[in-house]
Every structure is written in C-alpha cells, then in structure tokens.
Design a binder for this molecule. Sequence first.
Ligand code: LLP
Length: 433
Amino acid sequence: MDHFNYRNGELYAEDVRVADIADTVGTPFYCYSTATLTRHYTVFDEALAGTDHQVYFAVKANGNIGVLATLARLGAGADIVSIGEMHRAHAAGIPSSKIVFSGVGKTADELRAALAAGVHQINVESLPELHLLSEIAAGMGVDAPVAIRVNPDVDAKTHKKITTGLSENKFGIAWEQAEAVFAEAASLPGIDVVGVAVHIGSQLTDLAPYRAAYTKVRGLVETLRGQGHDIRVVDLGGGLGIPYDAENPPSPADYGAMVKEVTGDLGCQLGFEPGRMICGNAGILVSSVIYVKEGVDRSFLILDAAMNDLIRPAMYEAHHTVVPVREPATGDNMVPVDIVGPICESGDTFAKARMMPRAAAGDLVAFRSAGAYGAVMASTYNGRDLIPEVLVNGAEFSVVAARLKVDDIMSRESVPDWLGAPLPRDVPKEASG
Ligand code: LLP
C-alpha cells in the first residue's frame, strides 16, 4: 500500500498534486511519501513485536538524509556499507549506537573511522578483514564489536545480480570455514565476537530460502555456544521483496512469524537490515514526455528521464509500472509503446510494448516503486543533471535534494596547466531580427 493515488482525475502524492511539484522543481524528479515510509517501517517493526530486536535501515537503498531523518524519528538504526553512508546516517540523527557496518571491502581508514565513531557492530566478511580490524582496534585500545557474516549457501531465488548467499558469491565466510573463523576471532586482541550475521539476497519473494538460511544459522549459534562463544546477536539481514508487478512477496507479518518460530528461543538480540521493503513503494520518479515518435512497427515514448536516473530496468531487466499523472478516462484507448530515455544507447529502455493511454509531448508520467535503488544509483552519464528529490508530508513538500547541474559537476574538473592559455571561446552570434 502506498500514498500515490488518483484524486479528481490526477495523481497525488499524499495531499499534494504531483503536477504542482513538477511545476516547482521541473522534471524529472524523485518524490517520496512520508506516510508510506512510516507505514512500511511500522508494519515491519510491529511484525517483530515481542522479540528483542533493532531495525537497521539499509542506507544503500535510499541514502537521502531527509528520508533517513524520517526513519530515525521512528526508531530506525542504519546498516551502512561505507563511511560515506555513516556520515549520512549521522547527519540524519542516527547515533553510532544504532549503526551496523557491513560490506566485503572495508578499508583500513573506514574501519578506523567506524571504531572512532563507536559504531554498534561491524559485520566482518573475511579473515584478512578480521586480522586488519584486530590490529587497528588493538592499536586504538578498543574492542571491536564483531558479528561474523556467514554464507549459508542457500539460493535466494532472486535475480542473479542481487543474490548473495550462494557459495559462488563474494559475500560472507564460507559455511565450512565458519567455526574456524569464530575460533580465530576469539583468540585475537581487539575483537569482541558478539554474534552471527547473514544476508542471502534482495527482492526475495518466497519465505522458504529465508527459513533454510535462518535454520542453518540457528544450528550454527548452538554449535558455537557449545564451543564456548558468547553469541548474543543474530543479524538476519534484509531482502524482503516488494510487488513491482505481479509478485506476491511474503507479508512482514508472515516473515516475522517465521523469524520468531526459527530463532525465537535463542535468547539473542535480533538485527534486521531492510531497505527496499521500507522505501521501495514509498517513492516515484516523475518524468515528462519529450516526444512521441511513431516508428514503422512500434511507437516510442521518449521521456526526459533516462537510465542514468533509474538504472534498474537496464541493469536487472526490472519492471517498473509507469502511470500517467493525468488519470486515464474509462474507455481511453490503450496502445503499446516502448518507453525510453534520451541517452545514446539502446539499453536506455524502461519498458517495451507497454500498454499506455495515448500520450502527447509535455504529459507527465510516474514510475512507481522507485524509492529504493533509484536516486542512490543515479549518475551524470551523458552530461545530465542529478535530479531533485522531494519529500511529501501530508499537504506539504520539501526539496530534500536539490538538482545538481552540469556546471556544479564541472566545478570539480579542470584543464591541466600544460595546455597553456585557454582557447578563445565561441561568442554566440547576435540573434537576428
Ligand atoms: N543488508 C545487506 C548486507 C545487503 O547487501 C543489502 C542489499 C541489504 C541489507 C538490503 O537489502 P533489501 O532489503 O533492500 O533487499 N540495486 C539492487 C539491489 C541491491 C541490494 C544490495 N544489498 C536493485 O536495484 O534491485
């Protein structure tokens, strides 16, 4: 459920006309809904009621500090994968005591900064990382709170680029090596092993792989305790899917019930790292039609949004429902169109043969489910701006990320001295008439 609905024949974000936002900030832009973020966070958190748990929102899904601050007010912590994301979490008011640091390639500088900030937990993913962290923490005279991320070798049955729990994936400690790594960790200075972490992939639409992975983790916790480890934390990762199209992902309530069934009596604090489930359907990408081009055997809706703004269709063949901002009238003729952006490669295609009401240049359209892995994955490819992000709250909205124009981007570039004096710039000719 989200708060982007038609009212009086046009699309609203909560109580704000989407077309009004377009008039204010120009297209394309991302638009997020506070009510939807709040609802999704609350539903997830409530599904875990009765357990000792903490939700760490996966900042990678949407790092906008307005969004993070909204979630922080609800009690969310942050799952970060870089020190850049730690700065974002801090800027949004998420304290270090609610930050978990994940990722396969944390650098020495990042580990040092995370320890200096006093983050709650560092999820270690390899033996060399463990040794480096031990050396740094011991040198700083602190104990690093460590969860070891294990790889349960369970197929999450999701897109191959976002599955992370198979032994062929780069993530986590191989299942066969887990006990030895815990033993090694316990012997190292500067390391306080607090628990086990697991994350098997993203956009999961079935509980079975979760259940398989969590059951394995449960067994591992019992084994490790038998070996003398004081396992206090189990971090169960993120990954719960959302409906983009016809998917029917498990409800948070079903997920919560399964979690309680499998891990309820372990006596551990449970950590969760949801990203997409919280913010995916809480955002839309709004774009204008530049041209409608009638080809020989198809027509193209050429938009001002492109793959640099929303890369998911190009990268994962992802489906995003596209709706006109003006509500189609009943009986409107639907026609198949290829929905494309202006970028100079054929991969810049959002949808093929999508049934849409007839559109004209200047019409606004909205991509649904664009709140997760949308703006965060944007680039400036083809000399394009980074587009604005807007957060709606009831009848008000705020620009929570301003447009970054090509001049701003060029301001970090320079022409090397060895090229000498600048070439004379073209002076625009006087317009005649
Ligand atoms: N925790 C860890 C360790 C992760 O690697 C991820 C996502 C999450 C939590 C959050 O997963 P979520 O609840 O959002 O599924 N760009 C891709 C998704 C990449 C997911 C990467 N890891 C996409 O657009 O589909």
